[in-house]
Design a protein around this ligand. Structure first.
Ligand code: K1U
Ligand code: ZN
Length: 171
């Protein structure tokens, strides 16, 4: 396993829809393991493949930050089947450092995907776990948490990001 570099807002890979994984080969297994290492090192409680520069539909989530091996979730080609409720909580993003904002997201969701053995996994998530799945799924769609804020807040944050990363156009 090797930690990879987390790329930041403004990099084109983060702003496009990631490609479905067709074949769970050695490259995908290595990518998943490297993402877990990268997530723990950051530290973070979730990570999506585009954040390490790979435009593939793969996410990792672990609310325990590596403390409880049972809590690690690796999902290939995740799909959100159902969303319910609403919650507004503060969140951050490893690709948008130093910015934390209150974001409205579903409070419960049902998600389906495949594990590294190719077995179909379906699970329900509530609270923070639902939030992290939703956040990582957004990354696979080329979206950021700031896209869920009001237009005013979004443009204020964009101005800050422009200063920080020298961007020339909104996401
Ligand atoms: O995808 C990412 O950018 C990772 C992000 C996931 C996330 C966090 C909170 C709400 C929604 C999605 C992070 O992990 S940011 C870091 C973080 O939240 C954290 C870090 C150390 C301990 C506890 C939390
Ligand atoms: Zn993020």
């Amino acid at each position: 396993m090797a930690a990879r570099k987390i790329i930041k807002f403004g990099h084109p890979v983060l702003h496009r829809r990631a490609e479905p994984i067709i074949n769970i080969n050695e490259e995908i297994v290595t990518l998943a393991r490297d993402m877990v290492e990268t997530m723990y090192l950051a530290p973070g409680i979730g990570l999506a493949a585009p954040q390490v520069g790979v435009s593939q539909r793969l996410i990792t989530v672990d609310l325990s930050l590596g403390e409880k091996p049972d809590e690690l979730i690796i999902l290939i080609n995740p799909e959100i089947l159902e969303e319910e409720g609403e919650a507004i909580e503060e969140e951050g993003c490893l690709s948008v450092p130093e910015i934390r904002e209150k974001v409205r997201r579903p409070d419960r969701l049902k998600i389906r995907g495949f594990n590294l053995e190719g077995k179909e996994i379906e699970m329900e998530a509530y609270g923070l776990l639902a939030r992290v799945f939703s956040h990582e799924f957004d990354h696979l769609e080329g979206k950021f948490f700031i896209d869920r804020l009001s237009p005013l807040k979004r443009s204020l944050i964009y101005r800050r990001l422009k200063k920080q990363f020298g961007l020339t156009s909104p996401s």
